[in-house]
Design a protein around this ligand. Structure first.
Ligand code: A3P
Length: 303
């Protein structure tokens, strides 16, 4: 809150907690944290700390919208409040529930090429299986004076499938060589299986599909698309980023400090057999086409 002197009395500028007008609904491991932190560079954006999981967890949803609103940050009139919970995308009840809160909400869906996303998901599950202490890692490492602890859902939840010690190749293929569609990192990459539900509830123009691979390569063009989508003045630009060669990713910069995402974001992936990658790409091809048809955009993922 801003504190101003006013007629000899203390006066607080009007800030309040608002329900989010925009939500990052997923997809897990596609850059949901990076996207939220990058959008937060914009002066008209406020972000919820952590992942709220209001719409996907019954125990939270039952607490009601007032509970949800209190999880939101203070914002000024005219600012946009955003939260991200990556499992919203894959949870069947969520589209209807978000619609019941606000039928004109704006949704951001960030996707990556599905095989890369599956390997990233595998890497995360494996890391957690090997070193459970990483469960307390937060999403951001920072040189800023104020450090906000950010817990990402996928670091907190226990592994649903025991995979310790098994290679990616062993987990994604059955012994007869067919793709194991019920292995969670594969299931979640079948985006069309979830997307159709969102389009039954929301109009296509309420959902922006963000290209997570391009957000890594060159964040600014994706962020400019989002500024337009959210009707924000163009404020985020090249000056907000620098490439960190040690990390191998862009880091963020504002007037006061530079900051990179934590080590848990931008992990080294294990080497995966090129034959298995080729097989998976072939498997995903028809599913990707279905996703392109649903969203009316060709993401250009390799076949
Ligand atoms: P990897 O760690 O597998 O590379 P999420 O926040 O949804 O869990 O997504 C994590 C992914 O964000 C990382 O997956 C990484 O590739 C991606 N990412 C995108 N931009 C990034 C950035 N500037 N710094 C670090 N990771 C970034």
């Amino acid at each position: 809150n801003e504190l101003n002197g006013f007629n000899g009395k203390l006066h607080f500028s009007r800030t309040n907690r608002h329900l989010p007008q925009a939500i990052i609904i997923g997809v897990r491991k596609c850059g949901t944290r990076a996207l939220l932190e990058m959008l937060f560079l914009h002066p008209q954006i406020q972000k919820a700390a952590g992942e709220v999981h209001f719409f996907d967890r019954d125990e939270n949803y039952e607490k009601g919208l007032e509970w949800y609103r209190k999880k939101m940050p203070y914002s000024l009139n005219g600012q946009i409040t955003i939260e991200k919970s990556p499992s919203y995308f894959v949870t069947p009840e969520v589209p209807e529930r978000i619609h019941a809160m606000n039928a004109s909400v704006k949704l951001l869906l960030i996707v990556r090429e599905p095989v890369t996303r599956a390997i990233s998901d595998y890497t995360q599950l494996r890391t957690r299986a090997v070193t459970p202490s990483t469960a307390s890692s937060s999403g951001m490492s920072t040189t800023m004076a104020t450090v906000t602890t950010i817990e990402d859902e996928n670091l907190q939840r226990p592994s649903q499938q025991q995979q310790s010690g098994r290679t990616f190749e062993e987990l994604v293929l059955h012994s007869d060589g067919t793709v194991n569609e019920s292995y969670r990192p594969i299931t979640i990459s079948l985006y069309h299986n979830y997307m159709y539900r969102w389009l039954e509830v929301f109009s296509r123009d309420q959902i922006l599909v963000v290209n997570g691979d391009q957000l890594i390569e060159d964040p600014v063009p994706q962020l400019k698309r989002i500024e337009t989508f959210l009707h924000l003045e163009p404020r985020i630009g090249r000056h907000n980023f620098y490439f960190n060669h040690t990390k191998g990713f862009y880091c963020l910069r504002n007037d006061t400090a530079d900051k990179c995402l934590r080590e848990s974001k931008g992990r080294r992936h294990p080497r995966v057999s090129p034959l298995v990658v080729a097989k998976l790409r072939k498997f995903f091809n028809e599913h990707n086409q279905r996703f392109y048809e649903l969203v009316g955009e060709d993401l250009g993922w390799p076949e």
